[in-house]
Design a protein around this ligand. Sequence first.
Ligand code: BGC
Length: 531
Amino acid sequence: MEFAAESCLLHKSVFFIILMSLCLSAFMGAYSRTENLSMNQNSESSSPFPSNFLFGTATSSYQVEGAFSSDGKGLSNWDVFTHKPGKIMDGTNGDIADDEYHQYQEDVGLMEEIGVNSYRFSISWARILPKGRFGKVNKQGLDYYDRLINALLRKGIEPFVTLTHFDIPQELEDRYQSWLSPKIQEDFKYYADICFKKFGDRVKYWVTINEPNVAVIRGYRIGIWPPSRCSASFGNCSHGNSEKDPFVAAHNLILSHVSAVQLYRTKYQKKQGGEIGIVMDAIWFEPFSNSLEDKLAAERAQSFFLNWFLDPIILGKYPSEMKEILGQDLPEFSKYEVEKLKKNGIDFIGVNHYTSYYAKDCFFSECEPGSGASKTEGFALYVHDKNGISLGDKTTVDWLYVRPQGLEKMVTYLKERYNNLPMFITENGYGEVEDPNSTTRDIVNDVQRVNYLSSYLNSLAKAIRKGADVRGYFVWSLLDNFEWKYGENVRFGLHHVDYGTLNRTRRLSALWYKHFIAQNLPHKPPTLSIL
Ligand code: BGC
């Protein structure tokens, strides 16, 4: 389907090839000029990326699969949420999404065409366990992921699998309020066990949880995502406590994560030889000014956003700033839990990085009333503009500002704080609001996305050259997909999706990425465990 548009529009295809060549030469030229090639780690290609680097694309189950009630799948929290009026900006939902559940072979073909050697996707928990551990395992769900994994491996594409990417069985919400209850730790471990056992012979990269920081902030602090909980002063919710619930939910997410890691380490890792980590949303925070107060605010912003999870998981305790500011509202780990955390750790940090913010002090200084900075963010106010100038190029997506140097700074910060633990950039990408009047040419000619990816990869290369142990990079996303609160309106894909026909159309960025990978990874690793 992807090529249908091109065959009908031959003249356009010629135009695109010429355009692509011009753009690619310009971009690759710019890229080479900015790199110090004498420092490269991949001697054959003069690339700063190691020769076993994973170059991939990423998606998640709810955003691409569709088939929301097919073949025994149970309802997830997102199925229920999106069906409530007014929750999604354009009124759409993920019932069909990209229909990857039925079109996975075609999507694997798109990946093969680009030349990626890895695909990051997530398993829908409710497809495997429609009722959590209170019901049966859905064999048809297991079969689907078997088919997908095998199709990837046949093409030499390494599966990089997330156990939960925001979607969980609704049953767990209805029974005991999901992440607010410690009971979820058992459920998550039970589910992880099924996945490790069934797929671990072929999956060598496991992510326990995607962006738990975003899940709790949006679900429990400002209430714009399920389970729609917040205090009245933080949003429009009928129940919840924004100063307590996010920290309780986070605590259970951390302990659920470590239960799955402990299980993997003791029961599977030796035999299966894989690695396990967690994926965090990682925003880079620049101090708003050179004042000591703003510098401290930037540090607090990072602690309350990122180290909130990574410190306990890697260092066995919450950041001290959090303890000082939150006091009793921050749950405590028992001695046994601290031991469990310290003993299990993670093999890698998954870094989802898109943008940067300024952090402005509201702790020592008086901030504008109603500015939004509260103790839940460590009294650090996030802003994009300073004296009317934004810290990066604005995009049509309200939160996305282009600031490539943020990636180098983020990776370097993580390298220093966590003793250069291996990292994967598990998401990075450029979104845009689609103009309903766009022509096919506008849609596929995504020069801004190419610029964004090129500049962020350049920034990543700098961090790698300075010694950061980064082992892979995944573009978000393989194709346009259901973008949560924004619905189908915001698009991140290397391929355009027509939601009427489900046709995929390759964008210029896909061709650019293909070229980039070929330049930087001349030899694809051998096909893994051919089935
Ligand atoms: C999430 C994705 C999302 C992307 C773009 C990430 O925070 O993991 O699910 O689509 O950002 O907003």
